[in-house]
Design a protein around this ligand. Sequence first.
Ligand code: CP
Length: 303
Amino acid sequence: MHHLLETQQFDRDLLRSVFDLATKLENQRNDSLHGKILASLFYEPSTRTRFSFESAMMRLGGQVITAENANEVSSSVKGETLEDTIRVMNHYADAIVIRHPETGAAERAAAVSDVPVINAGDGAGQHPTQALLDLYTIERELGRLDDIHVVIVGDMRYYRAARSLSYLLGKFNNVTITGVTAPELRISDELREYLTEKNITYHETDVLPEAMKNADVIYQTRIQKERLSPEAYQRTKGQYVIDRSLADSMKDGGIIIHPLPRVGEITPEVDDSPHAVYFKQVGYGLTVRMALLSMLLGGKSVV
Ligand code: CP
């Protein structure tokens, strides 16, 4: 793996290597990436992805250069192409983590980059590192990745992390995915075909309470104002809210995860439910990103 662009790049062996390294790196700080520089180039807002990559880099002894509003402060404002920006950043950084509103932007960046490019979210395309940390969270909390029922709530069509996670779940055995979404936010034909090819059972329903009771994992998503027309946003937001009584209806050991940010789709009284894992998930994300940086930048042997 040179660039990290989409979750289809991963097989089970590679996932095992990432997750084992992430577990070893828990609560660790070392100098394995001393002298290395990560550039974070974010053309869309972020709290978790940018800060966790930067924190991960620093915990491994590396350094960070950052454009947190690249759409406003980089020379893209003057009309510089993404390709030229990446060619230039190659002189300054040993790896580039990029978030961009256009699907395919990370792939375009990788096409002209000698240093590793990490996709931190490209429009409604993919968010592979989020999906890796989601999968790691599931494994850590359930103790398995085969024989699971994952219910994805809200948006299967434009929510890039849910799309990336679905591609990863296709690597495992006896997995059922249920999508609980409005009709206009249903799974794409391409992803549906992939799941069929991988023998993943895929159901659709609009009844959340029934799906909650049968789930090992509830994967709640935000309805994204930034990807929908104002009319579609108004039609679909607030349709599937997890409150405490729904959380309490889950079976023992079932978990609720969410990439965050949330904007009302999980009410605050769920936070201290034994099923709520979404803040713990953030911590798992830090170590997964440490593992990925370590593997991409060559610090693996230090652990
Ligand atoms: N989950 C996620 O991508 O969060 P941010 O948008 O805050 O990075």
